[in-house]
Design a protein around this ligand. Structure first.
Ligand SMILES: [Zn+2]
Length: 378
């Protein structure tokens, strides 16, 4: 079962309801990233308590560790990690792309992309693997994801015209093979299309048109956050979102600073994922209603106020900035837990407030005020 329905609109921003076999979520939604089958420093119970309803899993990482055999024998990803809500899994394309731009132990490149798929050396042991559009779908079906992403050819910024064209053609070729691999699977999971087309307007427009020909249940804006300036990322989000059909969910992959989310919601994006709230929590950066705060700072040594006076999370209700600073400086594991609880709650509340403002027809005023706050440092 998969359904998407728009309930409210304010300009281009929209609120909707996304129904999957594993539950219903309101959009715009933020999905925390559970790279290795866990949102780092969190338990499923904590996530639920914070208000998280949907998470993302990384196919590349789960395929390497623990491996699909373990997940299959463990009863599928939901049961194995004990998460009852919807899960979206990515295709591994982005991780493989990341490997291709890194350098590996002095070797030239550890990734080779052909029309057949991607041959790569993993980051753990340097073993060779081959991802094809078909086996990547099979992996996600084995995991039992609610939303499956096809293998796409993601390229860095900047890329020349020839490579941009090649990546688009290959992504579409792979999409057809992915659709084929999904045939005969009616157990409720769905496949989204990914729009590539690099940073070339004409190519992006063509990418949207040709991806839409496949008539899929949802569409992702891909190939962004690959090293381009922020303005370019926003311009291309705007362009692609303006061309996607109203009635289908739109997912902006891997983009998720609060200000980027607010911008993209204003352009009609419904779904987001990003490591920012969890990763920055572990490095001591806290998002608050007064601006961004680095808890490591010595000026918090004797600050016994809550991290964010307006936040209702467990961390803010119980602990002071001075204590969180002490835990962080002492490298205590609890520091990761408490900071992550707060940042995820900040994101969940941000999305709740985004949705309320759309419902009240006041999203753009809300966006202006919030953007201003987010630029501040505490
Ligand atoms: Zn808090």
């Amino acid at each position: 079962m998969f359904e998407f329905r728009i309930t409210h609109k304010d300009g281009r921003a929209r609120c909707g309801v996304l129904k999957t076999v594993h539950g219903t979520v309101e959009t715009p939604v933020f999905m925390p990233v559970g790279t290795q089958g866990t949102v780092k420093a969190m338990t499923p119970a904590l996530l639920k308590d914070i208000g998280v309803r949907m998470i993302l899993g990384n196919t590349y990482h789960l395929y390497l560790r623990p491996g699909l055999e373990v997940i299959k024998k463990g009863g599928g990803l939901h049961r194995f990690i004990s998460w009852e809500g919807p899960i979206l899994t990515d295709s591994g394309g982005y991780q493989v792309f990341s490997l291709s731009v890194e350098r590996f132990r002095g070797m030239k490149s550890r990734v080779e992309v052909t029309d057949e798929g991607v041959r790569f050396m993993d980051h753990l042991r340097g073993d060779l693997h081959f991802f094809t559009p078909k086996n990547v779908i099979e992996m996600q079906l084995t995991m039992g994801s609610d939303i499956i992403m096809p293998l796409d050819h993601c390229i860095p910024y900047p890329s020349d015209e020839r490579l941009s064209r090649e990546a688009l053609e290959r992504t579409l070729l792979w999409l057809d093979q992915s659709v084929e691999a999904m045939r005969d699977h009616n157990d409720g999971c769905v496949l989204f299309g990914i729009v590539q087309g690099a940073f070339d307007e004409a190519l992006r427009i063509e990418a949207v048109e040709r991806t839409l020909e496949r008539d899929l249940p949802g569409y992702a804006i891909g190939g962004l956050s690959v090293g381009e300036p922020r303005e370019l990322m926003m311009d291309f989000t705007d362009l692609v979102a303006s061309l996607l059909p109203q009635e289908k969910p739109r997912y902006l992959m891997g983009v998720g600073k609060p200000e980027d989310i607010i911008y993209a919601v204003g352009r009609g994006v419904d779904m987001f994922d990003c490591v920012v709230p969890t990763r920055s929590g572990r490095t001591g950066t806290l998002y608050t209603s007064r601006g961004v705060l680095n808890i490591r700072h010595s000026r918090f040594r004797l600050d016994f106020g809550p991290p964010d006076p307006e936040c209702d999370c467990y961390t803010c209700r119980n602990f002071s900035r001075a204590y969180l600073r002490h835990l962080f400086v002492s490298e205590e594991i609890t520091s990761y837990v408490l900071n992550t609880i707060h940042n995820l709650r900040f994101y969940v509340r941000l999305m709740e407030r985004v949705r309320s403002s759309i419902k009240e027809g006041k999203f753009y005023e809300f966006a202006k005020v919030e953007m201003e706050k987010l630029r501040r440092k505490v």
